[in-house]
Design a binder for this molecule. Structure first.
Ligand SMILES: *Cc1c(COP(=O)(O)O)cnc(C)c1O
Length: 350
């Protein structure tokens, strides 16, 4: 206990992020972390490990810029999208500033803020999971960073583009707006990347963890204007990306890598449609929410019962019962057809 007492007060009070891995479970159907169900196959081409890596590896930066339709100077690569969240908070928030986000949403915005000793303001999403802009406007005092996730995790739908634009107008010159596009590869036309030219305070988070099927690689991106990227460059570690990571990331971003990613996306959308059709025929299903990414949020009559019944069969889903407004809801990642058949059978028998 003595060592704990030496740690910062906010760390003593911190509840760490409840990652899918940390929550555990035993089984062979893992649909709780929005991963792709199978791994792409890569060989390391790098042979030299005695030197420090390039700080921002050119092949990765150029490859991602081209994929995202932006210039290389608009791209920062980091250890997953999660590192981008933390970099932005560390770079922009003083001790008495705060960050604002809209639950139910991704848990890392709050955890990263608390880790940095930065206060959190929350403005819940509306009943249809959209931004409550008047309430956000009301709570902007002292807010330096606003996080919006679109498609939103765990609800699954997109935030209206017109609302994002209004949020950007409302925060101009006062705060950074972070649009977390971790799942945008599943609905690419909804990206805000084409708005970067209009908003110097817009930052977009991307990742190779979802549609690129590389969650184990730990590689993510921030897209923003060069001035904002320059601020983040000052706080990021000197050599953030290990050589094997940039080696494989560069391969994933070649023409062939991108073609394979698009094939994966098509496969996920097809399986998602199949799952939704099946769920519609199950009496215990109360609501299936709009799904734009590689997961579906489903409300049941008794969500806890369904979650536990599947858990005991080794089918591990993500319980959302405790998330704001999501009582009896479960988030199901889109796996293989075989895995989804197991899920549907499990729910029918729960
Ligand atoms: C998965 C995810 C990320 C980033 O994950 P990394 O694996 O750290 O790249 C960011 N935001 C949301 C909403 C996510 O679901």
């Amino acid at each position: 206990m003595q060592i704990t007492k030496l740690s910062r007060k906010n760390i003593q009070a911190l509840t760490p992020y409840q990652s899918a891995r940390r929550l555990g479970g035993k089984g062979d159907v893992w649909l709780n972390a929005n991963e792709y169900p199978t791994s792409p196959d890569f060989d390391l081409s790098a042979r030299q490990f005695n030197r420090y890596p390039e700080a921002q590896p050119t092949a990765v930066i150029n490859g991602y810029a081209q994929y995202a339709g932006v210039k290389p100077e608009n791209v920062l690569v980091s250890r997953g999208g999660d590192e981008s969240i933390e970099l932005i908070i560390r770079a922009f928030c003083e001790a008495n500033d705060s960050v604002l986000y809209c639950p139910p949403t991704y848990g890392m915005y709050g955890v990263s803020a608390e880790t940095c000793g930065v206060a959190v303001k929350t403005v819940p999403l509306t009943a249809d999971f959209q931004l409550n802009l008047p309430e956000i406007a009301h709570h902007l005092d002292g807010v330096k960073v606003v996080f919006v996730c679109s498609p939103n995790n765990p609800t699954g739908g997109l935030i209206k583009r017109s609302d994002l634009l209004e949020l950007l107008q409302m925060t101009a010159g006062r705060a950074i707006v972070v649009v977390d596009e971790a799942y945008i590869d599943f609905c690419p036309t909804a990206t805000m990347a084409n708005e970067l030219a209009n908003f110097p305070h817009l930052a977009i988070i991307r990742t190779l963890s979802k549609a690129f099927a590389l969650a184990g690689l730990r590689c993510g991106f921030t897209l923003a204007n060069p001035e904002l990227i320059g601020v983040l460059q000052k706080v990021i570690a000197p050599y953030p990306l290990p050589v094997p990571v940039s080696d494989i990331a560069a391969q994933a971003l070649t023409e062939q890598g991108l073609a394979e990613m698009k094939q994966r996306v098509a496969n996920v959308l097809e399986n998602r449609m199949w799952l939704i059709e099946q769920l519609k025929t199950i009496p215990s299903v109360v609501e299936i929410f709009d799904a734009e990414a590689n997961y579906v949020l489903v409300k049941f009559q008794d969500g806890q019962k369904v979650f536990k019944a599947l858990w005991e069969k080794g089918i591990i889903l993500r319980d959302q019962h405790k998330a704001l407004g999501l009582q009896n809801c479960i988030r199901i990642s889109i796996g293989t057809r075989y895995e989804l058949e197991k899920v549907v059978e499990g729910i029918r028998n729960a």
